[in-house]
Design a protein around this ligand. Sequence first.
Ligand SMILES: [Fe+2]
Length: 386
Amino acid sequence: MRGFIFNIRTKVIVGKNSINEIPIELEKLGVKKVLLVTDKILRNNTDIIKRIEGVLQEAKKEYVIFDEVKPDSECEIVDKAYSLAKSHGVDGLLSVGGGSSIDTAKAVAILYEKGGKIREHSGVFILQKPTIPHVSVPTTAGTGSEVSHVAVIKDEKEGRKLIYVDYYIMPSVAILDPTLTLSMPRSTTAYTGMDALTHCIESIHSTENNPISDAFGMHGIRLIKENLPRVMENPEDISARQNMQVAALMGGAAFTNAQVGVVHAIAHSLGAIYGIPHGLANSLILPYGMRFNLPECPRYKLVAEAFGISEADPMKAGEKAIWAVVDFIKKLGLPLTLKEVGVKKDDFPKIAELAIGDPSIISNPRFAISYEAIYEILDMAWDGKL
Ligand SMILES: [Fe+2]
């Protein structure tokens, strides 16, 4: 039996109005001046940043705001945030937003140790010791970035996504306040929820799976199955919102310790080439990636179990798990084919080239590092052949 490492270094605080804990946690981490990393939409169109500023001001905590994060964070943005932080003598990071803001802060944390430009440092296990403290406050429920060891930053010059992997970039603290997810647009709620579901399922099918990540992944699926439809039906349902935040965090912890697979590899390509939101891209590929993997993945029985399906035969259970995912996507009202979102067959070679080079593909349960394998999945996904 092979051994494994399970690493989660993030303190997790969950609850309504838990943003009030931010100054206390910054104090415990010894932070004197914090860089609040966020985006203009959250700052200008919601009261979230004002609420957090109020909490910081009341505690007399010094802060500087960087609000230039875009939906897909870019190298230039990270470099700019780092320059601002250094010029103000910042000694801690506070990310508030979706995966892009949290990933931007993680990348700034890398620069605090490595210096230079972020483009120079992509890869795995980049740091040799802990870096600047980072409190993350997600406003979506999906990426799991608040506990994950990964940051994805777009190289805007080359048109591809750079991946940064290191246990030292896991945030020090994650604060899950469900009131912050109330302002999410309906589509973002669905997309990010599907990202979380994909993390849970891919961590289970990954070749790096282990019993602890299985537990996180399976319970994440159960929470998403129950709570995402509830949130879609009643966006004000705080308890379902909180359960979705917890599920997303569990998916993040699961894939941080078990990795993902071909679904994420292709989703990253679709994001880089077409700008398709990450969660939607995962949702579009998930059933077809599972179909491709099924012959070599008896572990989909665990996914079926988490969906409440009782079936002893692993292949039959896997088949039912695929259709449970399809039904779930339909229930959310999301598209099931690539042609519906404007993906062109002529672009398959470019999509495949990027997917083959994506580190996510390495731990896929069935060998997928070939054009044929990626074309097989894309062909199915293009017009929904399952
Ligand atoms: Fe993801």
